[in-house]
Design a protein around this ligand. Structure first.
Ligand SMILES: Cc1cc2nc3c(=O)[nH]c(=O)nc-3n(C[C@H](O)[C@H](O)[C@H](O)COP(=O)(O)OP(=O)(O)OC[C@H]3O[C@@H](n4cnc5c(N)ncnc54)[C@H](O)[C@@H]3O)c2cc1C
Length: 351
């Protein structure tokens, strides 16, 4: 393991916020976990696990011991006629792992291409995109309980996966996920391409290759093309993806809003609840490209907040812009927006 004091995390979060951690420990082996816990206890420092920093808002000063899992390795555990069990260590880059799976003929994760972050974080918010959730393919999660240092295994059903949620999200900093076991298809027949723009583009790519059927590689390439056309690349313009959750409102409120705004898009949840797009609300409130400088919504995708002074802006700037957007949308539509990324306070706690 490698221990650092006053560690600069401004390059370790995709929002590029200024952040200095009291202590950071790079963990290269699971045997490093217990000594790291002991170090934090002896120095009375709370623990915080950080991977790719693509779903967090970090404070200016972090008075915590940040654990940075760097475990690497991908290997096959077993193979049947239809499936393969693959182990991937927490420090593997998520998108590169998806690419490796495709290259080896292990299918299922292609819809989740280009999601930033590391493998160890994928179960935390049960990442999802284009009609697929990672929980559909997780067999087991291997983690370490940071209160005791003991290893625990969570079969899929124990992870309590729901939409963008899991047991790990409910218990922040309790577990350090060290490895995820995936159950993937060995046949290319199971493509999921009937989601939004994906169907037409996947088919177009298959036809370009003189094929009638869509291959997972077509879905992979289509997802990449769609994401690149819609979402800003954090390496070019600092951001942490969708900043607000799509609000779920009552049918009564929806009916009233729809009367005033005929173009309001919607997705029926059940007889009493309707989901509406946060991006549409922000756009219609006149805030596409708006906010409080240096934190502005993206000029093409109002749901994404971008940082125009990387490595200078702080969580305080995010707070001001976020509050302004929430208040403006509430004043116009009476709908309360809720933040999606995890807000970390100075003690490393998740707010
Ligand atoms: C441009 C962009 C697009 C995105 N698109 C999507 C999308 O389509 N779908 C989607 O679901 N998400 C999306 N995200 C959000 C983000 O990429 C995912 O949530 C991702 O899984 C976060 O990974 P990370 O390694 O960056 O985690 P971090 O941001 O470092 O951590 C996120 C949370 O997980 C915890 N954590 C991290 N690693 C571990 C570990 N090993 N053990 C235990 N806890 C851990 C942290 O404490 C924190 O609470 C997007 C983000 C960006 C910037």
């Amino acid at each position: 393991m490698k221990l650092h004091h006053d560690y600069d995390l401004s390059h370790a979060n995709t929002m590029a916020l200024t952040c200095t951690a009291h202590t950071a420990i790079e963990l290269f082996d699971t045997a490093d976990i217990t000594p790291a816990i002991t170090y934090a206890k002896l120095n009375s420092l709370p623990l915080l696990v950080l991977s790719g920093g693509s779903n967090v808002i970090l404070p200016n000063k972090l008075k915590a011991c940040v654990l940075l899992p760097r475990f690497n390795g991908i290997h096959t555990i077993s193979k049947s006629d239809t499936h393969v069990l693959i182990s991937a260590k927490a420090g593997e880059n998520w998108h590169e792992f998806v690419q490796t799976c495709l290259d080896n003929g292990w299918y299922g994760l292609e819809n989740l291409a280009l999601i930033p972050g590391l493998v160890g974080a994928c179960p935390v918010q049960n990442i999802g995109a284009y009609g697929v959730q990672v929980s559909d393919f997780i067999e087991k999660v291997i983690a370490y309980d940071l209160t005791t240092g003991t290893q625990c295994e969570f079969k899929n059903a124990k992870c309590q996966f729901t939409y963008r949620h899991s047991l790990f999200k409910d218990n922040p900093n309790r577990y350090l996920i060290s490895e995820v076991i995936f159950k993937l298809h060995t046949s290319s027949d199971h493509v999921q391409s009937n989601y939004g723009d994906l169907a037409a583009l996947s088919l177009k790519l298959a036809h370009q290759d003189n094929r009638k059927t869509i291959h997972p590689k077509d879905v992979f390439n289509a997802v990449i093309a769609i994401r690149q056309s819609k979402l800003p690349d954090p390496k070019v313009l600092a951001n942490c993806g969708s900043f607000f959750q799509n609000p779920i409102i009552s049918m009564a409120q929806f009916t009233s809003l729809k009367t005033q705004h005929a173009s309001l898009p919607s997705y029926l949840i059940d007889d009493n609840n309707v989901k509406i797009p946060a991006g549409w609300l922000i756009d219609m409130a006149g805030l596409k490209g708006g906010g409080i400088f240096p934190i502005l919504t993206h000029r093409l995708q109002a749901l994404v907040l971008t940082n125009h002074t990387p490595h200078i802006a702080t969580a305080n700037d995010i707070q001001k812009s976020q509050d302004f957007i929430i208040d403006t949308v509430h004043d116009k539509f009476g709908v309360q927006l809720v933040r999606e990324p995890v807000w970390i306070d100075e003690q490393g706690y998740h707010a």
